[in-house]
Design a protein around this ligand. Structure first.
Ligand SMILES: Nc1ncnc2c1ncn2[C@@H]1O[C@H](COP(=O)(O)OP(=O)(O)OP(=O)(O)O)[C@@H](O)[C@H]1O
Length: 263
């Protein structure tokens, strides 16, 4: 292998699916100003599962929303692949979110009047795209909802509803799936099923996944964890385990407690 080929492989290896550079997000003005992101630069690698962790109010959801084009940065840049989100007019940003990103939210956000099947294919229907029936069959099989396709969301458990939401996020084979506390409303068993699905999506279909979570066990399913504190990126961890993530989070708690005692 010559040097150029090696360089190319290296470049492919580290290709980010999404990233932010020097991201600043300020909410409010003057006395009510909150600096939710304070010069954060982070890459979310393609075909990997990244968890975003940190204490409450550290800026996790803000980072996810700005990286996914749901909210805009005050300063700095957010990229999906090579596309800089801040330069896009609203209409193009809406299309980008619809066609290139999959979303999973804590509250499932399914359409109650649609069946399970219709909810899953909704992103394709909105985009006017053809449903790849082989892919749909595979997805339905993977999420284990084959016998529920004609049901409405209210006829499903929370865990089943979130599995529908994951299938919906994956159906258009987006460049990145962004998940905001996807297990926050689930018991531990349903949560583990949803995390297992996201893990399989990365391992088996090379999906890129970025997930905000409070839960060290959930973060233990990821390939890497990025830690935020006070709107800043303070650490990253490769190949995390729930125990290592928990220990890292305890360090934050201890620091807050120590600072609090000093104060
Ligand atoms: N729309 C908003 N208007 C004003 N302040 C906001 C808004 N959204 C978030 N904030 C503030 O920005 C900071 C970061 O919030 P963010 O929701 O990103 O944190 P988080 O780490 O996701 O918190 P949690 O774990 O509690 O969900 C917090 O101080 C929060 O109060």
């Amino acid at each position: 292998m010559n040097g150029t080929e090696f360089d190319l492989m290296e470049a492919v290896e580290v290709r980010p699916a999404a990233r932010v550079e020097e991201a600043v997000k300020i909410y409010g003005l003057g006395a009510t100003e909150v600096r939710a992101l304070n010069h954060v630069s982070v890459e979310f690698p393609a075909e990997r599962f990244t968890a975003i962790m940190g204490p409450s109010g550290s800026g996790k959801s803000t980072l996810l929303h700005c990286a996914a084009g749901l909210d805009s940065l005050t300063a700095g840049s957010a990229y999906l692949g090579d596309t800089e989100l801040g330069s896009l007019p609203d209409r193009k940003l809406t299309l980008l979110r619809r066609e290139r990103i999959g979303f999973v939210f804590q509250a499932f956000n399914l359409v109650p009047t649609l069946t399970v099947r219709e909810n899953i294919t909704l992103p394709l229907d909105l985009a006017g795209s053809r449903v790849d029936t082989d892919w749909l069959t595979t997805l339905i099989d993977v999420v284990g909802l084959g016998d529920r396709l004609a049901h409405r969301p209210t006829e499903l458990s929370g865990g089943q509803q979130q599995r529908v939401a994951v299938a919906r996020a994956l159906v258009s084979r987006p460049e990145v799936v962004f998940a905001d506390e996807p297990t926050g409303n689930l018991d531990s068993r349903s949560g583990a099923e949803v995390l297992g699905l996201l893990r399989r999506a990365v391992d088996e279909i090379r999906q890129s996944v970025v997930m905000v979570t409070h839960d060290p066990t959930a973060a233990g399913h990821a390939d890497q964890v990025v830690f935020l504190a006070d709107g800043k990126l303070v650490d990253t961890m490769q190949q995390p385990t729930a125990d290592r993530v928990l220990d890292r989070m305890k360090e934050f708690d201890n620091r807050v407690a120590t600072v609090g005692r000093r104060g």
